[in-house]
Design a protein around this ligand. Sequence first.
Ligand code: NAP
Length: 607
Amino acid sequence: MGYDARSSLDDLNGRDADLLRQKYQRERDKRLHGNRESITELTGDLRRYLDDTYTPPAARPSIAENADEATDVLVVGAGLGGLIIAAELRKKHIDRIRLIDAAGDVGGVWYWNRYPGVRCDVESLIYMPLLEELDYIPTERYAKGSEIRQHAQSIARHYGLYADALFQTTVTGMKWDNADAQWEVSTDRGDKLRARVVVLAVGPLDRPRLPAIPGIETFAGPTFHTSRWDYRVTGGSPDSDPDQLADKVVGLIGTGATALQCVPVLGRVAKKLYVFQRTPSTVAVRDNRPVARDAFTHEEPGWQARRRRNFTTLLYGGSVDADLVDDSWTHVWREIAVNPRFRGLAADELEHEKEMADFRQMEALRSRIDELVDDPDTAERLKPYYRYLCKRPGFHDEYLQTFNRPNVELVDTNGHGIEQVYDQGVVVNGEKILVDCLVFATGFETNAPLTERIGFDVIGSSGTRLSEKWKDGLRTLHGFMTAGYPNLLFQPAQDTQAVQTVNLVDAMCESAEHFAYVIDSTLRRGAAWFDVEPSAEEDWVRTIVEEAPDNSHFLQECTPGRKNNEGHPDVQPLGNKNYGKGPLEFWEILATFRETGLLGLRFGDRL
Ligand code: NAP
């Protein structure tokens, strides 16, 4: 019988639930005791893991701008977030926009992540931004990374963003100049740039994460992180098989969303593939299909925003007439998070029903593994034992079957991770495993404070460093602005007093429209700057703390990972959270803020 995410295992009884609870707890505890540290700074020889293998370095003269030459808006980060902001600013006829990025082109994560098999894991029709504006329809429901990267380039061309963009350039510092009401921005290219407004659109997945495995620097063969795929070593390209691996033994560390996509290709091509697993992912049906070029020809304009909003509404508890995306994201979510059966239940009943629904879904996903993986022992080791939303859900139609190949071996580290790396391979469970090439699919540093992630500090109007202001926790208005740092906007990330949505692009689009409105209003008022009233900031921080949902029990019981700070959810300051009532209400708050004349901001002129 085929797998159907909507089927329920109604015969799950109280005893099964108890056994599952105990199993989840044992699996979690095992992982809590492993080494979950990562290397906080990639220095010395490890810097090679950050090298750009896609664009050769290009020299250029430094730029020194004076106050009269300031750009209107400098956007730090030329990924989808930065591009969407720039596009919204263009729609408001804002003239001088400068994108700046360490990469060699636009695209952000889609510039960096070119590993074999890379695809969008949210439907492209709601993920790829500005489709109507560019008159573009993705070729598949879950488009390839190269198609998304090319779309990012099309956006940059369409809105004329290349002319002033600076690539292969990293910001090293920012200081507010009170006299001219501008930001002074320095870079690693020796630039001294000037901008009236700065938007930090650095995205949550910009810093590759390397686990702190003893001996990691000693591996003698080729090694890289999936976000810096080295096609010089593997051959092929993001759209063709890495055929130079045909005579190589490849070790891939990690089994998250990235690994799910690249394992099937590596399994098909490599002489031998070892997949080193610490925690299995959930792997639901993907069901990718072509999209017809004329699929939306007869829709009223605005179809993309409506489709995007439909998906987010469904996932975050609003009511929708129809499930427009209708894929595994929405199917599973409807069962475990927003099931109509949950309506009207008292708190403890609701918690019980949600847990049972979760058990049923996870059992269904575990049965799918039994159906698709031939060897029962391998199947068992691939089974995830935790609640569905403890980790980023995974989707793939070939990942599990790849373990049926004779050249592919799952090396389960029993929750502990790799013990050691040595010059010729790795040590797992006390056993040495020889590999020719070692690939890290180990994710990104997402939980570090913003100033640590961006690698520079921001000095505000009173000379205070942002890292100093936020040292005991975030203080913002809506997660986007902070008092004492005029004309500075932050794109939302996880737990930054704003919201993030499963479809990251949705939150990017909403915030970009909001930012463009704030910047445009400031200019229309004839003001040189906006800043946050300290009292408005205090109110927002209080709202964040008061509205924070009490999910500490859920997070505490989750398997360790990014969602619960590697098993220690309690160490984050209380204010470092998302807005607790979800994106739909959050966007209502922003709309009211705009309609009521941006109450909570103050505006001023140059000194
Ligand atoms: P990830 O989800 O953080 O997964 C990292 C993997 O590395 C995990 O399986 C982790 O195990 C494992 N790991 C870490 N240290 C290890 C060690 N010492 N030994 C063995 N295994 C170790 O990273 P990712 O897969 O790159 O995904 C990151 C994010 O990128 C996702 O959450 C998603 O938002 C995004 N993404 C999106 C798409 C898309 O199509 N839009 C595609 C790929 C990724 P544990 O689970 O035990 O920590």
